[in-house]
Design a protein around this ligand. Structure first.
Ligand SMILES: [Zn+2]
Length: 115
């Protein structure tokens, strides 16, 4: 049993988490391509476009960091559902209102405990 949530609510939230997980994993494949080391072949890439691609690469790295953090949040939420610990704030132990979980199903803490 996951705290105060009904089986229906929990089913919806799990389905949403799984959709977001699938979407995130697709997007992470593209990001992985984008952070590959910049090709240093002078003939293939001119100086300016090389600077562009280095800049793009650092943006992609930041994106990748955010995606990795999000991936672990989603995995964490799914594992809390499996353990029956979902919907309870990891900080204060109070139930997280369904409206918040509906918008942020991966949220590990209640609105009052947002870091
Ligand atoms: Zn809390």
């Amino acid at each position: 049993m996951n705290g105060h949530l009904t089986a229906d609510q929990l089913g919806d939230l799990r389905a949403e988490l799984e959709r977001q997980l699938a979407r995130l994993q697709r997007s992470m494949k593209f990001t992985e391509e984008a952070v590959r080391p910049v090709e240093l072949d002078q003939t293939a890439v001119g100086r300016l476009s090389r600077m562009d691609s280095i800049q793009n690469q650092s943006l992609s790295r930041e994106l990748q960091d955010r995606e990795v953090a999000r991936l672990s949040q989603i995995h964490g939420a799914l594992s809390r559902i499996d353990r029956g610990a979902y919907g309870t704030c990891v900080e204060c132990g109070e139930p997280i209102v369904f409206e918040r979980l509906f918008v942020f199903p991966e949220a590990p803490e209640c609105a009052a405990c947002i870091p």
